[in-house]
Design a protein around this ligand. Structure first.
Ligand code: AMP
Length: 188
C-alpha cells in the first residue's frame, strides 16, 4: 500500500505516519528527515539545504526527487510505503507519478490532515521548545504556512481529480485522528 500524507506543518503528519508504520508494517519516507540528514553531514550541499529550511522555503524539487527515488528503489519499499511530507509541489507529484508508473506501481490513497491555523501555530511553537528545530520559530512557522498554501495546497485538487483524496479533521486528539485514518486505510 502506498499512502501520501498532506497537511500544513503542525497537522501531525509525522506522528500519524509513525503510528501507521507500526500498523501496516511498511516504511515511512520523510523528505524532511532526509534533508535534515544531509544538513547534518556538514557539506556545502547541507549548508545550501539548511538555508532553504531555516527560511521556511522548500528545497528544490529535483534534489528532493533524487533522494526519494533512490530510497524508493530499496527492497523494503517494494511492498509499499508512507510518504510523509512528500510531494509538496505539483512538480514533485508529477515526478512521483512518472516514477511509480515506470515501476508499475500506483498510489492507493492521499490523506489530507486538515487543521485550523491557530491549532497549527500553537503546536509548532510547542514543538520548537521540545525539539529545538531551527525552522519552528514564530516567523519561520508563518512563512511555512504561507508556502504550504501557495505551493502544497494545489496538490489537493490534483489528487482529488484522481479520486485519491481523503480529508481528515486533524484538530481532534491524536488517538481520534488515528482511528479515522485506520478506518480509511483499512477500506482502501
Ligand atoms: P518537515 O520535516 O516535513 O516538516 O520538513 C521540514 C522542511 O524540510 C520543510 O519546511 C522544507 O524546507 C523541507 N522539505 C521537506 N520535505 C520537502 C519536500 N518534499 N520538498 C521540498 N522541501 C521539503
Amino acid at each position: 500500500m502506498r499512502i501520501v500524507f498532506i497537511g500544513p506543518p503542525g497537522a501531525g503528519k509525522g506522528t500519524q505516519c509513525k503510528r501507521l508504520v507500526q500498523w501496516l508494517g511498511i516504511p515511512q519516507l520523510s523528505t524532511g528527515e532526509m534533508l535534515r540528514e544531509v544538513i547534518g553531514q556538514g557539506t556545502a550541499l547541507g549548508r545550501w539545504v539548511s538555508g532553504h529550511m531555516t527560511s521556511g522555503q522548500l528545497a528544490p524539487d529535483h534534489l528532493v526527487m533524487r533522494m526519494m527515488s533512490r530510497r524508493l528503489r530499496e527492497p523494503d519499499c517494494q511492498r509499499g510505503c508512507l510518504f510523509d511530507g512528500f510531494p509538496r509541489t505539483i512538480v514533485q507529484a508529477q515526478l512521483l507519478d512518472e516514477f511509480l508508473q515506470r515501476q508499475g506501481q500506483t498510489l492507493d490513497m492521499v490523506l489530507e490532515l486538515d487543521a485550523q491555523p491557530e491549532v497549527l501555530v500553537s503546536r509548532l511553537l510547542r514543538r520548537a521548545d521540545i525539539e529545538n528545530r531551527g525552522d519552528d520559530d514564530w516567523e519561520t512557522v508563518q512563512q511555512r504556512l504561507v508556502v504550504y498554501q501557495r505551493q502544497t495546497a494545489p496538490l489537493l485538487d490534483y489528487y482529488r481529480s484522481q479520486n485519491l483524496l481523503v480529508t481528515i479533521n486533524a484538530d481532534q486528539k491524536p488517538d481520534e485522528v488515528f482511528e479515522v485514518i485506520q478506518a480509511a486505510a483499512g477500506g482502501a
